[in-house]
Design a protein around this ligand. Structure first.
Ligand code: FPP
Length: 249
């Protein structure tokens, strides 16, 4: 008998899933552990969710791994997290290649420590031929940084005569964002229970379905991810139209 969250039963698999991975610190503190232990456990969840996203046929998985605002956390936590991300990505590279997963990253990554950045760039180069899931890490990322950066480059190209200022439209703006090469997220998942979007992909999530679970990121299982996809499959996406109009398409 088929389970409701089996791939074949899910009505519509989202092409792009974006995740705010929250709750590592609270997961650790609830166990009397250092917050950084929560991030260590969070890496295991990254591996698990990358696997299940790939199994389910998701094309793009964008993970909010480090925000611009996260630079203001205590230095020890930032250093530990940067080290962890670099080490984990290097360690996982052979498996990513084996599973045909391509790594990309978005964000103001030049701010990252050079050793973590080198490891990430190494993985990006070694997985660039992969044609399966695109695992996209948002690192030193915030949507307001991204939009301001795009505005600066659009203005500069307009002044240089490369684009016509009066012809700038939504497609132009999208093409200057860090996600220009990918579709907008269909589904935004947030773990840890908070009901906010925390400066993540603000332009791109205009019509994303939002799924919030109280589960802390280290406890987020493959089955929980499949449940989010199953719920997404049951939503009616209207994009501003009426239900009748959508059903007539
Ligand atoms: C939010 O939890 C989580 C982060 C700021 C970091 C997430 C990073 C990882 C899971 C590691 C990613 C690794 C790779 C290889 C991509 P929080 O610390 O804000 O938790 P809290 O809300 O409970 O305090």
């Amino acid at each position: 008998m088929r389970n409701e969250t089996d791939k074949a039963t899910i009505k519509q698999v989202p092409s792009h899933v974006a995740i705010i991975m929250d709750g590592n610190g609270r997961w650790a503190q609830a166990r009397g552990l250092e917050r950084s232990q929560g991030h260590v456990e969070g890496v295991n969840t990254v591996r698990r969710i990358t696997e299940v996203a790939s199994e389910m046929g998701v094309r793009y998985l964008t993970l909010y791994a480090f925000s611009t605002e996260n630079w203001n956390r205590p230095k020890e936590e930032v250093d530990a997290l940067m080290h962890l991300i670099g080490i984990a990505i290097e360690r996982e590279t052979p498996d990513l290649i084996k599973n045909n997963v391509r790594l990309t990253m978005i964000g103001d990554v030049e701010r990252m420590p050079s050793d973590a950045l080198e490891r990430l760039r190494g993985c990006i180069a070694r997985t660039s031929h992969c044609t399966g899931l695109n695992l996209n890490l948002a690192l030193s990322y915030s949507a307001r940084w991204e939009i301001a950066d795009a505005a600066r480059r659009i203005a500069s190209d307009a002044v240089a005569g490369k684009i016509d200022a009066s012809a700038i439209d939504e497609a132009t703006v999208s093409s200057y964002l860090t996600t220009a090469a990918m579709p907008d997220p269909d589904l935004l998942i947030r773990t840890g229970g908070d009901l906010r979007v925390s400066n993540f992909l603000l332009w791109q999530i205009a019509y994303a379905e939002i799924y919030v679970t109280p589960t802390y990121w280290p406890d987020f299982t493959k089955e929980a991810f499949r449940e989010a996809l199953a719920q997404f499959g049951c939503r009616e996406r209207r994009f501003g139209l009426t239900g009748e109009q959508v059903r007539a398409i």
